[in-house]
Design a binder for this molecule. Structure first.
Ligand code: FES
Length: 101
């Protein structure tokens, strides 16, 4: 049964930005892309780069270390077949951003 955990207020993650949070012992990167929120593990599947500090284009983030790209919706790498980071469902409720873990 997934837990719903509040990780931020909506105004802490303006459009076009991201925030690295911790929930249930996991490091998670939360992104606001044109008002739609995404959450994936902050830890790159390659060598642990911080995806929350990556470059975002569309709904893709590029790891700042060696440029692996990940789909923000699924966590699947678009450049490394088979590589994937966990992706989490995001719920926005009463100005709060929650992730399901
Ligand atoms: S650590 Fe992310 S691409 Fe190498």
């Amino acid at each position: 049964m997934p837990q719903k955990i509040k990780v931020a207020n909506v105004n802490e993650i303006p459009e076009g930005s991201s925030k690295i949070v911790e929930a249930a012992g996991k490091e998670i990167a939360v992104f606001n892309i044109k008002g739609k929120f995404f959450a994936i593990s902050n830890i790159c599947a390659h060598q642990g780069g911080s995806l929350g500090e990556g470059f975002v284009a569309g709904e893709t983030v590029t790891c700042p270390l060696h440029a692996w790209e990940y789909d923000l919706e699924t966590g699947e790498s678009q450049t490394q077949p088979g590589a994937k980071v966990p992706a989490y469902k995001v719920i926005v409720e009463n100005d709060g951003v929650f992730v399901e873990i």
